[in-house]
Design a protein around this ligand. Structure first.
Ligand code: BGC
Length: 703
């Protein structure tokens, strides 16, 4: 630990140290109280912008030791709580790009805009896995797979933090929510996760390990519990595993009111003091919105119930990050409002949106050609709030929450109208219905408008009242009157393209079967509408791949691809075992063919040839999976271990080579150790996780 941090620590009173461990929510606390906390030396504030933040920082700098305050914000998909910032696709949509470079760029732009606003730290990326998609926060994740999540999260962290965390345009990242938060029982947000420590190590820990390797400055403790122990009180997870085993050297912040919740929600502590003791001893360094921790911790140390060494350890971690961020030299980030929402950043968001569009079915109707009259139907075709999704200035209590939406943005309707105009296609819009019933619903009007068209684009999905924290769904079927609207449009017999603008995969089996084409757009951000229009009209060749599987029915969830093997082919008596759309799937306007898969078990080098056999240039995501044929514990039917993208001209072929590490073939054994068990394995490579899309070779690994 640095001498500056040690010197500072030596000068600090117990009160000053404990105050560093407190994070104050500005909006909830109000200005007066917040400033009092700044004068007391609170280590961090969240959700405060502009002049308010500057005032708080000045108050902190004028305290006895003048330790700068760290400002945190949820910049989950761009700096989107600021109404003028660049709004990117949701992390789930971004993950459809399967492209770390794209995700890194999203992180870079986010960091520039957050720091241009004078802030230091974002509570992102989210590394939870969306395996039970009834969960309300699927949109914030990179999907269902540990490996893909880890790769994209690491790229995001690199983008946010840059090469040097102290650089003016770098901000600290936060790997959250540690741990297994997405696996809550029944997908009810923040409930217990009924998984063992072995399972944690096998499935949920690997992305967080990647985050440590990527140098992530902070981690956030999840709300929930693993195997009955709240993460906030879990010293094994926080100290033994995160600190000692993974070597994490930043600081750990709790999630919102986690300490309070040990008493009020989880009932593992009788009062605030006991909760504070548990949280500090378990290894939480900073307590988000549990201000009672301050008085409690002081009492606990004074009464000899909590060792001051525990407090010192936490403060060391916090000051260490502040030092690494250059806060002592430059507590205030140089403001640069001109960069917020600038042209170049909007372009980056448009690129990400284009890459996120995933074509799931196409009977030949796309790209639209020869269409003279296009009907665009559906509330979500023209609703920027639904297109944005969660964690923007509309969804959280920011000063601009009540403003009308700020341009630039393009809804799907607007995107299609613009491209139709260029092509002299008549393009008409009818609302029909939105995801939830409202007075605007008018199915008759939509059907009569559609009747006059020679192609229909119907946009269905969900809206913000159906997802986000505490908004888990029991039913993933199309809500409101959307299914009825679909049926009536389908009955017209006119080519019908369905676009899913939603926070997550919905159960769309019938819609998928009966549509001529189906596209997943998820929450595409400010330029999602333009991206969808460009794909529909063929200006952009879609290259999105699903980072998550689609169920046929809510009752089939979880339907993730890397299932463990069992009896009866894994099927229900009333549903096939396969998902509606599998992890890794996604079509293109061209076609790709694979051959010549080889694997050298000595050098662990895989190679496969992929050719563009269609008539357009396109981008293919080559995916590599493996299966352990005989193992001491159950291992998944397949596991993603590598992927790469190639852009191929028509007729072009390329050999794609992967250098794998032996650890890629490991499992977590009954002793909770990650080991490679020698024996026979299968390596698979191809277009998606579906068996039909994969070539395979068997190989043996020696001891
Ligand atoms: C969420 C976190 C978020 C925090 C601060 C909590 O409700 O679970 O993901 O970072 O609030 O806004």
């Amino acid at each position: 630990m640095s001498s500056r941090v040690e010197a500072l620590l030596a000068q600090m009173t117990l009160e000053e140290k404990v105050a560093q461990m407190v994070q104050i929510p500005y909006a909830q606390m109000g200005r007066k109280e917040a400033l009092a906390w700044a004068r007391r030396g609170a280590g961090s504030f969240l959700h405060v912008l502009g002049d308010d933040a500057r005032e708080v920082q000045q108050a902190a700098l004028h305290t006895r030791l003048g330790i700068p305050v760290l400002f945190g914000i949820d910049a989950v998909r761009g700096h989107a709580l600021n109404d003028h910032a660049t709004i990117f696709p949701s992390p789930l949509a971004c993950a459809c790009g399967w492209d770390p470079a794209l995700t890194r760029e999203m992180g870079r732009v986010t960091a520039r805009e957050v720091s241009a606003d004078g802030l230091h730290w974002t509570f992102a990326p989210l590394l939870c896995l969306s395996r039970d998609t009834r969960w309300g926060r699927v949109d914030e994740t990179f999907g269902e797979d540990p490996f893909l999540t880890g790769e994209l999260a690491a790229a995001m962290i690199e983008g946010l933090q840059g090469d040097d965390l102290a650089a003016p345009e770098s901000i600290a990242a936060c790997a959250k929510h540690y741990l297994a938060y997405g696996e809550a029982t029944g997908a009810r947000d923040a409930y217990d996760s009924s998984v063992t420590c072995r399972k944690v190590r096998e499935v949920f820990l690997p992305p967080f390990k990647r985050a440590v390797e990527a140098g992530c400055a902070t981690f956030m403790t999840a709300y929930g519990a693993v195997d009955g122990t709240p993460l906030t009180a879990d010293g094994h997870m926080l100290r033994d595993i995160l600190r000692d085993e993974l070597g994490f050297d930043g600081f750990v912040v709790t999630d919102w009111a986690n300490v309070t919740s040990l008493v009020t929600r989880q009932h593992v502590a009788a009062d605030a003091e006991e909760a504070s003791l548990l949280a500090a001893q378990a290894g939480n360094d900073m307590m988000m919105n549990s201000p009672e921790f301050y008085e409690c911790a002081l009492r606990l140390v004074r009464e000899g119930r909590l060792s001051e060494a525990v407090i010192d350890g936490a403060v060391r971690h916090i000051l260490g990050v502040k030092e690494r961020m250059g806060l002592f030299e430059r507590p205030e980030k140089p403001e640069n409002p001109g960069c917020i929402g600038c042209e170049a950043h909007q372009q980056a968001a448009l690129d990400a949106a284009r890459r996120s569009v995933t074509l799931l079915k196409n009977d030949g109707v796309l790209p639209l050609s020869g269409v003279r009259r296009l009907a665009v139907i559906g509330g979500n075709a023209d609703d920027i709030r639904a297109q944005y999704g969660d964690w923007t200035y509309f969804t959280h209590p920011t000063p601009s929450a009540k403003h009308p939406p700020v341009r630039p943005y393009t809804t799907i309707r607007e995107g299609l109208e613009a491209l139709a105009r260029e092509r002299s296609v008549a393009c008409n819009y009818a609302y029909g219905c939105g995801p939830l019933p409202s007075e605007r619903d008018d199915l008759d009007a939509a059907v009569s408008l559609a009747r006059e068209a020679d192609a229909i684009v119907l946009v269905v999905g969900d809206e913000i009242r159906q997802f986000g924290e505490g908004k888990d769904r029991a039913d993933l079927a199309l809500s409101g009157r959307q299914a009825a609207l679909f049926d009536r449009l389908r009955a017209l017999g006119i080519p019908l393209v369905t676009v899913l603008l939603a926070s997550k995969p919905l159960a769309l089996e019938r819609v998928a079967e009966a549509s001529d084409a189906l596209l997943a757009a998820f929450n595409g951000g400010a330029h999602g509408g333009q991206a969808v229009a460009e794909v529909l009209f063929g200006e952009v060749n879609p290259s999105g791949r699903l980072p998550i599987s689609f169920p046929r029915h809510s009752g089939q969830v979880p339907v993730y691809y890397n299932q463990l093997p069992g009896w009866h082919d894994g099927q229900y008596c009333d549903l096939p075992a396969t998902p509606l759309f599998a992890f890794g799937e996604g079509l293109s306007y061209t076609a790709f063919a694979y051959d010549s898969l080889t694997f050298d078990a000595r050098t662990l080098t895989a190679s496969v040839r992929v050719a563009n056999t269609g008539s357009r240039a396109g981008r293919e995501t080559v995916q590599v999976y493996f299966r352990d044929e005989v193992s001491s514990v159950l291992t998944p039917v397949k596991t993603l271990i590598a992927f790469a993208q190639v852009e191929l001209a028509p007729g072009e072929a390329r050999e794609v080579v992967f250098h794998l590490r032996r650890e890629a073939f490991s499992l977590v054994n009954r002793e909770e150790r990650r080991v490679v068990e020698p024996g026979s394995f299968v390596l698979m490579a191809g277009h998606s996780s579906r068996d039909e899309d994969l070539l395979s070779v068997r190989f043996t690994l020696e001891g």
